[in-house]
Design a protein around this ligand. Sequence first.
Ligand code: PHB
Length: 392
Amino acid sequence: MNRFKRSMQWLLIAVLLPASALVYAQGTVKIGVVAEFSGPFADYGGQILAGMKTYLKQHGDVYGGKKIELIVKDTTGAAPEVAKRLAQELVTQDNVDILAGFGLTPNAMAVAPVATEAKKPMVIMNAATSVITTRSPYIVRLSHTLPQQTQPIAQWAAKNGIKRVFTLVSDYGPGTDAEAAFIKAFKAAGGEIVDSVRTPLQNPDFAPFLQRIKDAKPDAVFVFVPPGSQTIAFIKGYEERGLKQAGIKIIATGDLTDDGVLEAMGDGTLGLITSFHYSAAHDSPENKAFIKSYAETNGTKLRPNFMAVGGYDGMQAIAEALKKTQGSTDPDKLMAAFKGMKLMSPRGPIMIDPDTRDIVETVYIRRVEKVNGQLYNIEFDKFPDQKDPGKQ
Ligand code: PHB
C-alpha cells in the first residue's frame, strides 16, 4: 500500500471513529417480542404488544441512554417449536438483548433453554404456570401465576357457603396448576372436591363435561380455561345446559371474565365472582392514565386486559432495569436490577421476589356488574402481597 493510500485510510478512520462512537453511545436495546399474533390466541400477542407500546408512548423510548427497539415475532398459536426457532433467530440473527412477550405457557417453556444458553433476560408478560421461572435463571415474570390467583378464590369460596366443588380445567400447565392449588386450598379450608375433569387445550367440546357436572350436583364448578373462544363457549354451554338454573355456581380466576372478552360473553356473566390481579375497572390514577393512553396509543376502543398490563409492566421493568444499569445490557447486571424491583402498576403495587424472580402482587376478589351499560369486574375484597404459593 502506498503512503497516500495509507494516510487516506487513517483519515477515514479518524473521521468515522467519533461518528460511530457517538452512535454507540446512544445505541439501541433490542427487545425480541415472541408472542401469539395469529390463530385462536391472536389477542394475547395483540394485547401484550399494545401494552408495551402504551408504556413507551407514555414514558418515552430512551432509557439509560439507549433507545428501545422492538422486533416482533408471531408464534401463530400454542406452537413451542415455532417459538423456540423464533427466539433462536432473534438471538443469533437480530442480536436482541432481551426476549419478551409469551402469552402461552408452552411457548415460554420452549424458549427458556434459549435464554439460558444465550444468556438473555427473558421477560414473561403473561404465561402463568408456576414452574416457568425455575426453567432459567434469566427469566423474570411480570404477570401472575395460577396458584397465586387460585388460592384466594378457594379460601373465599369456602368462607362464603360453598361446600362441594367440581373442578374443570384446561389440560396443560396453568390448568393443572389451578386444579392442584384449588384442591389443596379448598380442602384445607374444609371444602369437599366432588370430582375433577381436564379438557383439551385445542378445540375442546365442553358439552359432555358440563353434563357430568350437572349430574354431580355440586354447589359450584371451579373453572380455568384460556380466555377467548373457550371461555365464551364455556359460559354459553353452562347456560344452555341448565347448570345455572340447577343452582350450580361458577367460581374462577379472572381468566374466565377477561376484560378483553367480557362483553362478548354477555349478560350470562353478571354476578360471577372471580379472583385476579387486574381489572380494567381498578380504581386508581395509574389505571385511569393507562386506560386513556392505551386507547390513544393503539387507536382502539378495545378494552385493555391483564395481558396488556403484563406487557406494560414488563416494559416498565425493562426501562427501570436499564436506568439502573445505565444502559448496560449485561445480562447479569440486568437480572440483578430486576431482583427486588418495586413498581407501581395499573393493577396496584407490584414487586419482583428477589429469590424466585416471580411477581408479588395483590389478588382482588371481583364481581361482574354493569357500569354505564357495560360489563366490568368490580373489585370488592383483596389479598395483598401474594407470592406464588406454587414455590413454597
Ligand atoms: C398460559 O398459557 O400460561 C396462560 C394462558 C392464558 C391465561 C393464563 C395463563 O389466561
